[in-house]
Design a protein around this ligand. Structure first.
Ligand code: ATP
Ligand code: MG
Length: 438
């Protein structure tokens, strides 16, 4: 490369604002978390589903339903320049999952339990615990009408907290019932009447929401409106017998399982499709981004998306917020360093080192082998430094003298007093067992 082409090197690019790279060693925490989640899903018999990240915009902007924050101002929507299709980067998993279930008639043989994970996108103001690309774990029980699955999904969360090493005081459960659409309509009318009678204290956002989504006004943070918000009619008082019975069944299971919760009559969810059970898991340890998981029942969504009436319930969990919480509480996973770092002092030793490392890997040992530079293997001292920094428990030295005797030197990197010892190349299988991280 000449000097002139070098000087034309472009400015390096940066990731899109609010969208993060997840580098090692941080990525090891993600893998650890995901492994716990996968094991949990297997224990509760939830099957994995993968849907596209890009969906038709119409999936999220539906003809009926309330105007939500997400649809109103947080969606990444665009027109496909090739064919004019209106597309959206999924802002959540549920709608795509329901679309897929209807499209493939997946409930033909009866109800199913599904889980999914992956990136979702919302155009929000980035801050700690709030990003424009983030990741959710998502759980859905499709075709189940009873309160038992609502309770099951809440208990699953508690099981995960325990698997992760979180304590009972680190996350707490808030529960509410949104009743059925007819009950909500009656409540909505009473709510609008109440807020209209106090129109003078409403801010612009509340006025805007008054007829589009008055329930969201209950969520308003404006202190000047607090008294009026608190005096507002409560949905709980509009619930009929069946809705109350559903809520009480969920409560009975939680009580029997010794899982404490708070009934929060002001808990409303950001999506328009919920009915009956809604819940959130919240923590005090993440400031205003304190909701780590939220969910509830959405018996009307299948019909809204053109499917047969199908009861369903699910939750979504923010992976970034979960990892921030684990860090705040000091629950950190073990690092996933290799078992062995192979030190290769010369080109002559490379082939033997390679085949020995392959034999070790085949025996289940995790091996990082030193790789040569363009013109040298680097000194022994430098390689030992790298071996230490790698976090490996053992160094395996392919020195010329040892190799001449059909041996390699094995040295503990954790125990400074342990002597280096020679092991026979011909007996790899024997000492491999000792090196394997159980
Ligand atoms: P919030 O009130 O914090 O905006 P939400 O009600 O919009 O949350 P949901 O739509 O229920 O959130 O999504 C489920 C979970 O995803 C949340 O409980 C949270 O843990 C996480 N989450 C939501 N928005 C973001 C974001 N912008 N960045 C990171 N995590 C998020
Ligand atoms: Mg939100």
């Amino acid at each position: 490369m000449t000097e002139t082409t070098k000087s034309k090197r472009p400015e390096p690019l940066q990731a899109v604002k609010g969208m993060n790279d997840i580098l090692p060693p941080e990525s090891a925490r993600w893998e650890w978390f995901e492994a716990k989640v996968r094991a949990l899903m297997a224990r509760y018999a939830y099957a994995n589903l993968r849907t596209p990240i890009v969906e038709p915009t119409a999936l999220f902007v539906r003809g009926i339903g309330e105007v939500t924050d997400i649809v109103e101002k947080e969606m990444y929507s665009f027109v496909d320049a090739m064919n004019g299709d209106k597309l959206t980067l999924r802002p959540e998993h549920t709608a795509g999952i329901v679309r897929a279930m209807v499209e493939h008639n997946a409930l033909y043989n009866g109800p199913i339990r599904i889980w999914a994970t992956g990136a979702v996108f919302r155009h929000e103001r980035p801050q700690k615990g709030r990003y424009r690309q983030f990741h959710q774990i998502d759980v859905e029980a499709l075709g189940f009408a009873g309160p038992d699955v609502d309770a099951e999904q809440i208990l699953m969360c508690r099981a995960l907290w325990r698997d992760l090493g979180l304590g009972d005081s680190d996350v707490r459960l808030e529960l509410n019932s949104l009743g059925q659409p007819s009950e909500r309509m009656a409540h909505r009318a009473a709510l609008i009447a109440h807020f209209e009678a106090h129109a003078e204290v409403l801010d612009d956002e509340a006025k805007r929401r008054l007829h589009s989504n008055p329930l969201r006004i209950l969520d308003a943070k404006n202190p000047a409106m607090q008294a009026v918000v608190e005096a507002a009619p409560q949905l709980m008082d509009f619930l009929g017998e069946a809705s109350l019975a559903h809520l009480n069944s969920v409560r009975a299971v939680l009580d029997a399982a010794g899982l404490p919760y708070r009934i929060n009559p002001r808990l409303v969810r950001g999506m328009d499709y919920y009915n009956l059970t809604v819940f959130e898991w919240v923590t005090d340890k993440l400031g205003s981004q304190g909701t780590v998981c939220g969910g509830g029942r959405y018996d009307g969504l299948f019909e809204q998306l053109g499917g047969k009436p199908t009861p369903a319930v699910g939750w979504g969990m923010g992976v970034e917020r979960m990892l921030l919480l684990l860090e705040a509480v000091g629950v950190l996973p073990p690092t996933n360093a290799s078992d062995v770092y192979a030190i290769v002092p010369s080109a002559e030793a490379m082939t033997t080192a390679m085949t020995t490392c392959e034999a070790l890997r085949a025996a289940g040992v995790n091996v990082q082998m030193h790789a040569a530079g363009a013109d040298s293997w680097g000194g022994m001292k430098g390689q030992f430094k790298r071996a230490d920094a790698s976090g490996a428990r053992f160094a395996l030295v392919f020195g010329a003298d040892e190799l001449a005797r059909g041996e390699v030197a094995l040295k503990s990197l954790r125990d400074a007093d342990a002597q280096q010892r020679a092991v026979k190349l011909a007996e790899v299988a024997v000492w491999a067992a000792e090196l394997r991280n159980a």
